[in-house]
Design a protein around this ligand. Sequence first.
Ligand code: SF4
Length: 384
Amino acid sequence: MAENIVINQEESLSELEGSNKVDLLGMDRQAMEAYFLSIGEKPFRAGQVMKWIHQFGVSDFDEMTNLSKALREKLLKLAQVRTPKIVAEQLSEDGTIKWLLEVDNHNSVEVVYIPEKNRGTLCISSQVGCALECTFCSTGQQGFNRNLENWEIIAQMWVANKALGCKPKEERRISNVVFMGMGEPLLNVTHVFPVARILMDDFAYGLSKRRVTISTSGVVPAIDKIKDELDVSLAISLHAPNNPLRDILVPINKKYPLEELMPSLYRYVEGGHSKKHVTVEYVMLDQVNDRVAHAEQLVKLLGDLPCKVNLIPFNPFPDTDYKRSSNNAIHRFRAVLEDGGLSVTVRKTRGDDIDAACGQLAGKVSDRTKRTLHRVEFSGKSLN
Ligand code: SF4
């Protein structure tokens, strides 16, 4: 049975709100070095402090014992390591854990840990809600409030590490991080890019670029920005093989249709870093996008793009008209893709008993878009 635990962590965020102190949790190395220079200290202090914060989970400067007393006192006056309040923790019977974190007085976001045999994946959120209204996604129906800041995003990793009891030099329980929680990360690159750098920094979590994945619904200019500025893995939430169907499932397609999206993916794999392939995410919706004709179109669309396709059985949420494709339909779809030369996996659904599966994250969103008052209606009709 899934288990709900409500946690009362009264300290942390509430005590520090309204403070004028500089937040150190969300600074990447470059920003941290610049900060130490700005307060008259040597830049190497940045690496020391990052280690304390991210590897040892320390937020109290007094515990950073390799810093001089004078520096600790200076930091106490000028800076802080602000961490969010954990509102609740849910444990799934399959070992998945979902935390609800309060990011300000009216909003909260969800972060999910998925343990597997050889790895542990943390799925993190980048926005409070989402403005993009993908019709198969619970977050998309919640409306949108704001972008998360650096510290609020990396805090999800920090909190999960603490909660899981991770220790430096021990085998990592969180080996992979995916930006697949609430929000569209590429509409928040100002805060997401520094966080990705912290995740990959040896003074922090030291994850390899293969183990940090940014998932986008197709914000074409920002895909080019990744190509130029950030060496991470990329997943594209495709979900449809043609524009009319994608316009309905992933409405940002009206702004960046497949004719623009596909070339941007080729530019990414051929870009300056060592990108090898793109992961193509495709949710399987009964009678909507799961027919043989759709699979044939997908083979054509992907052409010779270096990619692997991840088929995701749809995870239902309240008030949706969509249904999960049958196992037969998924197997038939997979066979057509494989016959077309594509590498395909079918994602195992995890944490659906605690609404932590893909597309089910909702958090608590104070909807500034008022979308929840005029919810998108969709008949469930298939377009070929
Ligand atoms: S699938 Fe992603 S981009 Fe689309 S509404 Fe959900 S969170 Fe937003």
